[in-house]
Design a protein around this ligand. Sequence first.
Ligand code: UDP
Length: 324
Amino acid sequence: MAILICGGAGYIGSHVNKLLNRKGYETIVLDNLVHGHREAVKWGAFVKRDLSREEDIESVFQAYKIDAVFHFAAFAYVGESVEFPEKYYFNNVVNTLNLLKVMRRYGCGKIIFSSTCATYGEPDSVPITEEQKQNPINPYGMTKLMVEKIFRDYGKAYGLHYVVLRYFNAAGADIEGEIGESHRPETHLIPLVLDAAAGKREDVKVFGADYDTPDGSCVRDYIHVLDLAEAHVLALRYLEQGGRSDFFNLGNERGTSVLEVIQAVKKVTGKDFTVTYADRRPGDPAILVGSSKKAERVLGWKANYPDIEEIVAHAWKWYGRATY
Ligand code: UDP
């Protein structure tokens, strides 16, 4: 029995792939390499396929007996999703429907899905629990919420078993420095600030200094990618043991502002750099901080690396030896 990892050449998927192999699972990574990196797939098998083509997905199910699917493959740039929603709805929603169709055809009924805190929109209160209303304020979040709703319906009608993991802000890197975060274009805060620390970028722009937050900059809940990876393995075990389909937040329950992240990078790297202020980025809520109590209770998960400086230190270590 093998595990299919769609989008396993990307940031979070590659860390999950490494951990699954460590735990003795056989994995097959499917990725179209539009944003993923072939060099990030150092474990298990790799197939360059595209979820927009049903025959591509089918070929993998023909070649391997797939027991469960992890689905990371998605476009995930909030700003881009506001500008090009069609691209997002096709890639994130339609392609997921293709995947589910082939899974059904081959009798594969377990999926673990990457969802996001962006499905909540502007929260009524923080920390956000799974019961809070979901009202995304950008198309990216909407695509993920649509897939969540599709799962509910497929669960009821076709018996699909799923675990939906709503990540807060993934950050950090493999402690051994074998894989890490690398996006092209890079839009994520921590890698951009590390660029500035390394002298590869003139300055860091803070998107919005007039939010209703303690220091005026956006507050996010940064969660170590290794903690996310652990949660995925626990979610798989949960489904294997017959756990019922469910939705879980994965965050640290602590908010860190953009300015605090910049401070942490300055402290960890010992480098100084210019910080400038820019307009708010469309689609950004002021504060996103999650409660992960449910994941702790039901999955037995606990974050091992909640400290922002440790998260940044691991990202910096990878930054110094990045091969992609
Ligand atoms: N951000 C920023 N400057 C940048 C990139 C990001 O101020 O150059 C802010 C962004 O507005 C958000 C936070 O940093 O409030 C985290 O953004 P990121 O793109 O890393 O993750 P997202 O929250 O979009 O998943």
